[in-house]
Design a protein around this ligand. Structure first.
Ligand code: DC
Length: 224
């Protein structure tokens, strides 16, 4: 059997996609690409430059012109990579509660998705890639050799995000995270364009109660 060349991993917020996908990519010597970063960077740009995300036409124009770069991590502070917006390091800014609260609205705009999808396809089609997001198996790379949909209960995902914040020394409230995650799930799953859902040919993996290592083991088996 040949090893999967293009691997698509989708799933809801904090399902553990990025952590396990990054490890798998490292093992395989593949590029790891987290597409959520791009929607977060556009959201940050809109909040900074437009002070709101409600004007769809303006946000779309911004998405079409903004320069987002993802480079290897230059600082050892827990980051997986450097995220640059117009050359400025915004790696942690794109993880703020304000971006969390607005990113689903921005990523529901069809013109924004179009602009991001074009760039993601170009990167994905080169192969030797593990690409992570919400619509990779359904829209961005439907030709992927392996499609996995990682799921977990919303309570488990909120708990993971809470622990992650604590580890980074960020104050947070579990109930607030849970409410924000439910809101985001609802918007991501119900939007008209590229809603969050498993591709028909995706392997669905529920990670409740599974360790990171166990999930990576399963992905490794699936990719062989
Ligand atoms: O994975 P994440 O939490 O960093 O994603 C941030 C937001 O971006 C999320 O609310 C949904 C959106 N997103 C998307 O719509 N399509 C993708 N391929 C990746 C992320």
């Amino acid at each position: 059997m040949t090893r999967a060349n293009i691997i698509a991993i989708d799933g809801p917020a904090a399902s553990g996609k990025s952590t396990v996908a990054e490890r798998l990519a490292k093992e395989l010597g593949y590029l790891f690409f987290d597409t959520g970063i791009m929607y977060r960077a556009v959201t940050l740009a809109a909040l900074e430059q437009l002070h709101a995300v409600d004007d769809e036409a303006q946000v779309t124009q911004l998405a079409e012109s903004v320069q987002i770069d993802v480079d290897p991590a230059s600082v050892q502070d827990g980051r997986m990579c450097d995220v640059l917006l117009g050359g400025r390091d915004v790696t942690w800014l794109i993880r703020s509660a304000q971006v969390d609260a607005n990113v689903s609205q921005v990523s529901a705009y069809p013109g924004v998705r179009q602009a991001m999808t074009v760039q993601q396809r170009r990167i994905g089609k080169r192969g030797s890639v593990v690409m992570v997001g919400r619509d990779i198996g359904t829209v961005v790379l439907p030709e992927a050799d392996l499609k996995v949909y990682l799921d977990a209960s919303v309570e488990e995902r909120a708990r993971r995000r809470y622990v992650e914040n604590q580890e980074r020394g960020r104050q947070s409230d579990y109930e607030e995270i849970l409410a924000s995650m439910k809101r985001r799930d609802a918007i991501d799953s119900s939007r008209a364009v590229a809603p969050l859902k498993p591709a028909d040919d995706a392997v669905i993996l529920n990670t409740d109660g599974l360790s990171i290592e166990e999930v990576v083991d399963r992905l490794r088996q699936l990719s062989q």
